[in-house]
Design a protein around this ligand. Structure first.
Ligand SMILES: [Zn+2]
Length: 904
C-alpha cells in the first residue's frame, strides 16, 4: 500500500513567518508553496480516516489545457482539499487519456506536412512518432495542472497506455468475449471516409446543411414482369445510392399502394427488377409513402433488409468513391456520382421533381467528413446486459446525479442504447487482442499473445489490425487506476470512489460507460460494492463574456496560464468557482477576473493590517463564550461560526460557488469593513481584548477559504506562526472549521445590525450633503434597538460615523426638530442638526445663486418652445429634445427650492 502517514515537513514553508510584504505578489508565492506541499507528501493519502476518492477525468493528450480544465481542476481540488482538512484519507487519482482518434489524426497531419504518407511508414514507425508526441504533451499537461494548484497524488499518475491499464483493457475484452458479450460481424457502421475508420454514434456530429429531396420514378412491372406506364415515386436525399437498392418498401396499411405488394419495380439507374415489400417501418403520412431499401448504405434499411432476408449491395470503397457494383458510376466520388445520377434520371424522364430540403447530416467529429453508412467487419459490445444493472444503480439511488435532472437524460439514453462498435481502423490505441489462424481459420482471443493456434498448432497467426475505441479504456478508469485486475490494497480501500466530477457533455461518452464497465468487472462485490462512484457531479461550460462558446477560431479563448500570470492562480480559481453552480454554464470576463484579484488583494491587505495590531506578549487565548462581553466581539464570533456551518453544508451539496461567495462577503463586508475598524478603535484606546478574537476569526476564515484559494491562504497562515493555533505544519492539512453552535449569538447579531444601520444612515446623510470626510458632526440616536446598541459601543460609533458629540436618547422630543436632517430606520431614528453639517449662511447663498441660474434656463426654454415658428419648422426630434431639457431644468429648480426651504 502506498499510503503513508503524514511525515513532518522536511523543511519549513518556503516563505515562512514574519513581516508581510505591502502588496501580495502571487508569482513569488505560488510555485514555491506548491513545490513545498508536494515535497512534504501532503498530496498523498494520509492512510487514516474515512476514504474519500476522486478519479480525475483524464485530459486528452492533444495539448493545451483550457479554462474548462481550469474549472475541473478547481472544483475537484476544492472537494479534495476540503475532505483532506476534514481528516479523511483523501486520494485524488490523476491520469491522462491517449485520445486515440484525435492524436492519431494529429500525427498523421504532421507526417503529411513533412510530405510523408502515414500509411507508407508502417505501424511501428508510426507508433514511434506518436510516442514522441505523447511524451512531450504529458509533461506539458502535468506542468499546467500544477500551476492550477491541483493537489493530486502525482506519484500515482497513470496513462491509459501504461502497462497496468493495458492489462485491464485486455482482461475486460477477454471476459466480455468469453461471456458472449463481444462479437464480430459485418454490420452497417458510421464510416469516416477521410479518417478511414468506423465511428461510434457518439463520434458523429449532426450538422444542418442544405440538401434536397429528389422524387424519383421507379417503373412498375405487371404480374408477368412487363413494364407498365405506372410509376412508384420514391423521395431520396442520397440518389447516388440508388444503384445499391434491393427493394422498395411501402406500409401494408397504405391504400395508395396496396395493389403493388408482391409486384416488382425497376431500379431507375440500371433497370434491374426489385420487389415491392410491405414493412410497417414506412411512414404513411408525408411524402409518397414509398421507401427505397438500400441495406448496404443505410442503418434503417439494413434492419429492414434483415427482417425480409434481402441481399446487401455495397457500392462504395472505404474512401467513398463508387466501386464496380455501381456499374457506370464506378470510380466517381460519392458527391460527383450524385450529380451524375440526377442528370441521368432527368434525361430519361425518371426524375419527377427536386424539392430543396435543409436537414441534419452526420459528420465525423474528428475529420469533419460527411459520415457514410457502410457495411464493414467490426467488433461490437452487446450492450443490453451491461446497461441493465447500470440503469438499476441510478434508479435505486446507489448512484446520484447532481444536478438531479441529468438522471433523466442518462436513463433515456441508456434505455435506448444500441450495441457499441468498439473497433477503430487506426494504429494508435489498444490493439484488439484477437488473432486469426491462416491455416484453419480459427479466431483466438487471449490474455497472453498466442504463439500457435490451439486448434491446429499452426504458427501462422495474424493479430487483428484494429484498435479499440478510446472510451473502452477510459470506461475502466475508476478501477483500472486502482490496480484492477490485480486485487491491490488500493482497490480494496478506495473503490467505490465517492465523486465523479466532469462536464455534462460527456455523460454518454464516459460516465455511462464507466458505470457499465465498472459494474461488470466489479460485479463480484455485490450491488453496493460494484458501483464506480456514489455521486456524479456535473458542472457547466465556461463561456466567453458574450455567452458564446470559447473557440480558437473565434479568437475568444482565455488561456489559463496567461490568466494566472496576470491575476494569480487564486484569483482565477475564485472567479471560476464563484461563477459556477451545478449544471449551469458561466460567462467569464476580465472584469470578473479583476474582481477575483481584488478579493485576493483585500484578503492580503486586511490580514496584514489585522496582524500589525498584534504585539509580542499579547495574550491571544480566546476566552470562553460566557467571558466575551463586547457586543462586536460576540457578533463577529457568532457570524464566523454561522458562516463555517453554512460553508460545510453548501460544500456537501456541491454548492461550491455559493459557499465561497458567503465566506468572501463575510470576510470583506463584515470582518474587514466593520470588525477590524471597531477593534482598531478599542486597541488604540488601550483595550487589547479584541486581539484574540481578531486572530481567531482571521485564522478561521483562512481555513474556510483554503480549498478555493490555497496559495494566498497558506502564505498568510504561515506568516501567522506563533499567533494562530499550531495544529498542523501547513494550512493544507490543518482542520477545517465545522461551525461551533455554542458561539452563535442571535442577540449580538441583531444589535450589530442596528448599529450598522445607524452608521450607514449617518454616512448616507454625510455623502448626500457633501460633508467633508474629516469633519466631526453632532448627532442623535433616538429610541429603539439602535439606542440600546449604541450605548454599548459609543466610541466605536463615534469613530466610524465621525459623529461627536453623540447623544443617545429614548424619546424624539429629546432631540431637536428644527433645521435638522432625520432618517427614520426600522431600529430607531437618526437626527443630525444641520448647523453642524455645513455653514448655513454660505449654503443659503450658494442655493439662491443656483436657483437664479436654473430659473433663467427654465425661462429660456419655455420661451423657445412657446415660439410658433420654432415649433412648426424644427424637426420633431429637435422639439422633443428641447421639451426634455425643459422638464429636466424644472426638476432641478424644484429640487434646489426644496433644499433652500430645508436650510430655512
Ligand atoms: Zn489453426
Amino acid at each position: 500500500m502506498t499510503t503513508t502517514q503524514l511525515a513532518p515537513p522536511s523543511r519549513p514553508a518556503p516563505t515562512g513567518r514574519g513581516e508581510m510584504a505591502t502588496a501580495y505578489d502571487a508569482s513569488v508565492v505560488e510555485e514555491a508553496l506548491y513545490a513545498w506541499w508536494e515535497e512534504c507528501g501532503f498530496f498523498k493519502p494520509s492512510g487514516v480516516g474515512e476514504p474519500f476518492t476522486i478519479i480525475m477525468p483524464p485530459p486528452n493528450l492533444t495539448g493545451e489545457l483550457h479554462l474548462g480544465h481550469g474549472l475541473v481542476v478547481t472544483i475537484e481540488d476544492m472537494l479534495v482539499r476540503w475532505h483532506r482538512m476534514l481528516g479523511h484519507d483523501t486520494l485524488w487519482q490523476p491520469g491522462v487519456d491517449h485520445a486515440a482518434l484525435a492524436v492519431n489524426a494529429i500525427v498523421e497531419r504532421q507526417l503529411r506536412g513533412e510530405g510523408i504518407d502515414p500509411k507508407s511508414i508502417g505501424r511501428e514507425a508510426f507508433l514511434e512518432r506518436v510516442w514522441a508526441f505523447v511524451n512531450n504533451s504529458r509533461d506539458h499537461i502535468g506542468r499546467q495542472h500544477r500551476r492550477l494548484g491541483a493537489s493530486a497524488d502525482w506519484s500515482r499518475e497513470l496513462f491509459t497506455m501504461d502497462p497496468g491499464p493495458q492489462a485491464a483493457v485486455r482482461e475486460t475484452f477477454c471476459r466480455l468475449y468469453e461471456d458472449g458479450l463481444i462479437y464480430r460481424g459485418e454490420y452497417i457502421v458510421n464510416w469516416d471516409p477521410l479518417g478511414q475508420t468506423a465511428l461510434s454514434d457518439l463520434e458523429v456530429e449532426h450538422i444542418e446543411v442544405d440538401g434536397a429531396f429528389w422524387h424519383v420514378r421507379y417503373p412498375v412491372l405487371d404480374a408477368a414482369g412487363a413494364r407498365t406506364d405506372e410509376y412508384l415515386v420514391v423521395a431520396t436525399t442520397r440518389p447516388e445510392t440508388i444503384p445499391a437498392d434491393v427493394a422498395v418498401a411501402i406500409n401494408p396499411e397504405d391504400p395508395r399502394h396496396a395493389h403493388l405488394v408482391g409486384r416488382s419495380v425497376l431500379v431507375p439507374t440500371d433497370l434491374r427488377p426489385v420487389p415491392v415489400i410491405a414493412d410497417s417501418a414506412v411512414s404513411i403520412e408525408g411524402g409518397s409513402g414509398a421507401l427505397k431499401v438500400t441495406p448496404g448504405h443505410d442503418p434503417v434499411d439494413f434492419e429492414i433488409g434483415q427482417r425480409h432476408g434481402l441481399p446487401i449491395i455495397s457500392i462504395m470503397h472505404p474512401d467513398a468513391t463508387l466501386n464496380e457494383a455501381a456499374g457506370t458510376y464506378a470510380g466517381l466520388d460519392r458527391f460527383e456520382a450524385r450529380k451524375r445520377v440526377v442528370a441521368d434520371l432527368e434525361a430519361v424522364g425518371l426524375l419527377e421533381k427536386t424539392v430543396p430540403y435543409r436537414h441534419a447530416i452526420g459528420h465525423s467529429s474528428r475529420s469533419g467528413a460527411v459520415v457514410e453508412p457502410l457495411i464493414s467487419m467490426q467488433w461490437y459490445v452487446k450492450i443490453e446486459p451491461l446497461a441493465t444493472p447500470a440503469i438499476e444503480a441510478v434508479r435505486d439511488g446507489r448512484i446520484q446525479f447532481v444536478p438531479r435532472h441529468f438522471e433523466r437524460t442518462y436513463l433515456h439514453w441508456m434505455e435506448n442504447i444500441r450495441d457499441w462498435c468498439i473497433s477503430r481502423q487506426i494504429w494508435w490505441g489498444h490493439r484488439i487482442p484477437a488473432w486469426y489462424c491462416d491455416a484453419c481459420g480459427e479466431v483466438i482471443v487471449a490474455r497472453e499473445d498466442p504463439r500457435r493456434c490451439p486448434s491446429c498448432a499452426s504458427e501462422q497467426l495474424r493479430q487483428d489490425e484494429d484498435t479499440l475505441d478510446t472510451w473502452f479504456s477510459s470506461g475502466l478508469w475508476p478501477h483500472s487506476t486502482l490496480g484492477w485486475p490485480e486485487e491491490t490494497p488500493e482497490l480494496a480501500r478506495y473503490y467505490p470512489t465517492q465523486v465523479m466530477e466532469t462536464a455534462y457533455d460527456i455523460i454518454f461518452f464516459w460516465v455511462a460507460r464507466m458505470i457499465m464497465m465498472s459494474m461488470y468487472n466489479m460485479r463480484d462485490r455485490g450491488p453496493q460494492g460494484s458501483i464506480p462512484f456514489e455521486t456524479v457531479y456535473l458542472h457547466g461550460l465556461v463561456r466567453a463574456e458574450d455567452g458564446s462558446k470559447m473557440s480558437k477560431s473565434k479568437g475568444n479563448v482565455i488561456d489559463p496560464l496567461e490568466t494566472i500570470a496576470k491575476y494569480g492562480t487564486d484569483a482565477l480559481r475564485y472567479t471560476l468557482i464563484s461563477g459556477s453552480s451545478p449544471g449551469n454554464d458561466q460567462r467569464l470576463s476580465e472584469q470578473r477576473l479583476e474582481a477575483g484579484r481584488n478579493f485576493a488583494n483585500k484578503l492580503w491587505n486586511a490580514s496584514r493590517f489585522a496582524l500589525s495590531l498584534v504585539e509580542a506578549g499579547d495574550d491571544l487565548t480566546l476566552p470562553a463564550s460566557s467571558d466575551v462581553t463586547s457586543v462586536e466581539d460576540r457578533w463577529i464570533l457568532s457570524r464566523v461560526e454561522r458562516i463555517a456551518t453554512n460553508a460545510n453544508e453548501l460544500l456537501g451539496k456541491f454548492e461550491l460557488g455559493e459557499a465561497m461567495r458567503q465566506v468572501r462577503d463575510f470576510f470583506w463586508d463584515e470582518f474587514a469593513d466593520w470588525y477590524i475598524e471597531l477593534a482598531k478603535v478599542r486597541i488604540r484606546a488601550g483595550d487589547r481584548t479584541p486581539l484574540p478574537v481578531l486572530v481567531h476569526v482571521l485564522d478561521t476564515t483562512l481555513r474556510l477559504l483554503h480549498p478555493c484559494m490555497p496559495f494566498i491562504t497558506e502564505e498568510i497562515w504561515q506568516r501567522m506562526a506563533g499567533v494562530r493555533p499550531a495544529d498542523a505544519p501547513g494550512l493544507i492539512v490543518a482542520a477545517y472549521p465545522s461551525g461551533d453552535a455554542a458561539r452563535l449569538d442571535d442577540e449580538a447579531e441583531r444589535t450589530m445590525l442596528a448599529l450598522q444601520e445607524f452608521v450607514r444612515a449617518v454616512r448616507n446623510i454625510r455623502a448626500e450633503k457633501r460633508v467633508d470626510a474629516g469633519r466631526w458632526v453632532e448627532g442623535y440616536i433616538v429610541g429603539g434597538e439602535a439606542a440600546s446598541a449604541a450605548r454599548g459601543a459609543q466610541s466605536a460609533i463615534e469613530q466610524l460615523a465621525r459623529v461627536r458629540p453623540l447623544h443617545i436618547v429614548d424619546m424624539p422630543a429629546e432631540a431637536p426638530s428644527e433645521q435638522v436632517v432625520t432618517t427614520v430606520l426600522d431600529v430607531g431614528q437618526v437626527t443630525l442638526p444641520m448647523a453642524g453639517l455645513f455653514d448655513l449662511d454660505g449654503e443659503r447663498k450658494r442655493l439662491r445663486q443656483q436657483i437664479e441660474e436654473a430659473s433663467k434656463e427654465v425661462g429660456r426654454l419655455e420661451a423657445k418652445l412657446a415660439n410658433e415658428q420654432f415649433r412648426s419648422r424644427a424637426p420633431a426630434n429637435v422639439v422633443a429634445t428641447e421639451e426634455e431639457r425643459l422638464a429636466t431644468a424644472r426638476g432641478r429648480l424644484a429640487g434646489l427650492e426644496q433644499s433652500l426651504a430645508e436650510v430655512g
